[in-house]
Design a protein around this ligand. Structure first.
Ligand code: HEM
Length: 152
């Protein structure tokens, strides 16, 4: 269960990144070219938020199964000073939840805007902020916080 969740969580990270990049690209293109906000644009906005929510659910499940997280809470005083355990026990979950809240707000605000240009602008701004936070909170092989493979 734990290993499957970890692999799945690792793979879905790429879906989160691809959908966010694509949304931002479409939003910027639409904004600067003054195009109509199409049904496809709306689907992309919707699916970007949905993929992020799926990753949130997998993350929550993984959080309850992870031996690192269990160790972190059982040995809180000792592990709080260890960046590897603190990263998965606190930093990762905190930053990712913030990022997903940002995506959710951005998506909901864009949906309610009346002008197409405003929809594009809202998506571009909120999704870019979320992408930045997610990028920082992913344990990339090159991250100074914690290191994991690109794919598991
Ligand atoms: C956009 C959101 C997220 C992304 C892109 C993401 C990405 C990742 C990646 C790439 C890993 C490393 C996987 C590996 O070891 O191969 C990881 C680990 C982990 N993530 Fe997330 N994550 C996200 C959200 C969350 C959330 C919201 C939670 C908790 C509620 C969470 C909990 C965890 C845990 C506990 C681990 C480490 C488990 C372990 O090694 O035992 N993640 N995440």
């Amino acid at each position: 269960m734990y290993n499957s969740l970890l692999s799945f969580h690792s793979i879905v990270r790429w879906l989160v990144l691809i959908t966010l990049f694509f949304s931002i690209y479409r939003a910027l293109k639409g904004y600067f070219k003054n195009t109509t906000f199409s049904k496809l644009d709306n689907l992309i906005r919707h699916w970007t938020a949905t993929v992020a929510h799926i990753q949130l659910l997998i993350g929550i499940l993984l959080y309850t199964q992870s031996p690192i997280v269990t160790y972190f809470f059982k040995n809180f005083n000792a592990s709080i000073s260890n960046i590897n355990t603190t990263f998965f026990g606190l930093i990762h979950i905190l930053l990712m939840v913030i990022a997903i809240v940002v995506i959710t707000i951005g998506s909901a605000l864009a949906k309610r805007k009346l002008k197409d240009k405003e929809k594009y602008k809202t998506i571009a701004i909120w999704f870019s902020i979320a992408l930045l936070i997610i990028f920082i909170a992913i344990p990339w092989p090159f991250s100074p916080l914690a290191n994991r493979p690109y794919i598991r």
